[in-house]
Design a protein around this ligand. Structure first.
Ligand code: FES
Length: 104
């Protein structure tokens, strides 16, 4: 086993889980949120800085769609596609000042 630092400054996990019954993030917007986040990361030139990953169930299904940001330990719940720019901006707030990673 090898151990090293993360390759990304931030990893944003978006639940895209789909279940047979009950509330679940995937069909209630999770998949679209993930795609919008990925597109925005690409447009802002943040590939390699921010990783947008799909996740399975985070066990908080009724509060979804759910997005979690690491290493910040932030949980966004009840997310909509309209929230995507704010999530990315907030996730990068410290980095933008520090490294000028955000393109306008
Ligand atoms: S389906 Fe998303 S948290 Fe369970």
């Amino acid at each position: 086993m090898l151990k090293q630092n993360l390759l990304y400054k931030k990893i944003i996990f978006v639940c895209v889980n789909q279940r047979e019954e009950g509330a679940c993030c995937g069909p209630s917007g999770g998949r679209e949120i993930r795609e919008q986040l990925k597109q925005l990361v690409y447009e802002k030139g943040l590939k390699g800085v921010v990783r947008v990953s799909q996740s399975g169930c985070m066990d908080v299904c009724a509060k979804g769609p759910n997005v979690m940001v690491f290493p910040d330990n932030i949980w966004y719940r009840g997310v909509t596609v309209a929230d995507v720019p704010k999530i990315l901006t907030e996730s990068l707030a410290g980095l933008a000042d520090e490294n000028k990673v955000m393109k306008s």
